[in-house]
Ligand binder design. Structure first.
Ligand code: ADP
Length: 403
């Protein structure tokens, strides 16, 4: 099956056209600066050169028209007719409490997505726009929604409830939801496959470390806890987000600095985390460079980043009651030798014994612990688009059987 995977943001759309049989993306690209006169479409067909088109793209409907047009283009395209797009898989950030798995998009699903806008006011509206736009151009093509939250939807209540009045949970659905679910699910399953053990028997901790970062505790194939919460602000230190902090600081800082709600929100989401602590950058490569040069702020920021991950790993080993595999993924998880080394340092007593050379030289999918290490540490590149395509294929095939 050939699935168009769409990830729609407020001013951008990322896409991949995936052949689910081979798992290969036949073409991938993105439209940026939607709504502006100088929008840019970058398109890369498999084994051909990348092309760039600049023009006016006023909204998501026009953006998707361009994406379909470039997929059909005689020179740069990969299909001859729209009907070769068998299905569309949409990444949707927030499924709230309503979706514990991926779904076929129906009118009822669209209604629930709209109801969940309050939970993800920045992310769900463009996701909804993307679905509507794709439907406008491909009215006969099945559309599926794959949620960042659904892998975590069955966490136990004692893990997802905050220490707040219970009525707030009932009234406003305030609870931990967790994000990056497709990535945590993909890399934990791959870890089981690479270890040659049944997924349903393993205790796995997955660290998704990109610009946003989260960590999940997965027991027998189910997420039982994760570091992001009601929003993606909680948990680990991130490029620009603060992660965990004392909630009293919010009103304290607002008072001291005379900040509005909006300004405080911006401070926590855009000016904190690694950029705030280091004063250098939100980009880990730049921070690592300054760290190597001995820049004191970079050293402290990187240590704080790794320390926070280590604390969570310890906590999750306790909640899981042991550990079989610790997985690193995302731009930092896959590439930062220092982060993996720091997190795993002095953890032999917990069964983690990193092999420094394997860690240093790891590429692709790799086990980087010594043979004698009771728990294995793995580097596994994530592939959220493939998960979306495969889920979409499965749902569409199930529908075919039903109808
Ligand atoms: P996103 O969350 O936007 O998908 P990525 O998963 O691509 O982001 O991760 C981006 C982060 O990965 C950036 O902080 C970047 O600096 C970091 N990164 C990429 N390559 C390396 C590297 N070789 N060493 C350290 N960090 C890296």
């Amino acid at each position: 099956m050939k699935v168009l995977v769409l990830n729609c943001g407020s001013s951008s759309i990322k896409y991949q056209f995936i052949d689910t049989e081979s798992g290969v993306a036949l073409a991938k690209g993105q439209v940026e600066r939607i709504g502006m006169s100088s929008a840019v479409l970058t398109h890369k067909p498999l084994e051909k050169d990348k092309i760039k088109i600049v023009g006016e793209i006023l909204d998501h409907t026009i953006a998707i028209e361009y994406v379909i047009a470039v997929l059909l283009s005689p020179n740069h395209g990969v299909i001859k007719d729209k009907s070769e797009i068998d299905a569309v898989g949409h990444r949707v950030v927030h499924g709230g409490e309503d979706f514990s798995g991926s779904v076929l998009v129906t009118d009822q699903v669209m209604r629930v997505l709209r109801e969940n806008i309050e939970l993800a006011p920045l992310h769900n509206p463009p996701n909804i726009k993307g679905i509507q736009a794709a439907k406008a151009h491909l009215p006969e093509t099945p559309m599926c929604g794959i949620f960042d939250t659904s892998f975590h939807a069955n966490m136990p209540d004692y893990a997802y409830l905050y220490g707040l009045p219970y009525e707030l949970y009932k009234r406003y659905k305030i609870r931990r939801y967790g994000f990056h679910g497709t990535s945590h699910r993909f890399v934990s399953k791959r870890a089981a496959e690479l270890l040659g053990k049944p997924y349903e028997e393993l205790k796995i901790i997955t660290c998704h470390l990109g610009n946003g970062a989260s960590i999940a505790a997965i027991d027998k194939g189910k997420s039982i806890d994760t570091s992001m919460g009601f929003t993606p602000l909680e948990g680990l230190l991130m490029g620009t987000r603060c992660g965990d902090l004392d909630p009293a600081l919010v009103t304290y800082i607002m008072g001291k600095e005379g900040l509005s709600l909006f300004e405080m929100n911006t401070l926590l989401n855009k000016h904190s985390g690694m950029v705030g602590l280091s004063g250098i950058s939100s980009d880990m490569r730049e921070i690592e460079e300054s760290y190597q040069e001995g820049n004191a702020r970079a050293v402290t920021a990187l240590k704080a980043y790794n320390y926070r991950i280590k604390k969570y790993v310890g906590a999750y080993i306790a909640t899981l009651g042991g550990l079989d595999a610790l997985v690193f993924t995302g731009g930092i998880g896959e590439n930062s030798v220092i982060t993996r080394k720091d997190v795993c340092e002095n953890m032999e007593y917990l069964g983690i014994d990193l092999d420094e050379e394997l860690n240093q030289n790891a590429t692709g999918e790799a086990i980087i612990t010594k043979d004698s290490s009771r728990a294995k540490v793995l580097r596994i590149p994530t592939n959220e688009e493939l998960v979306i395509a495969l889920d979409t294929e499965q749902i569409v095939k199930e529908q075919m059987v039903l109808s």
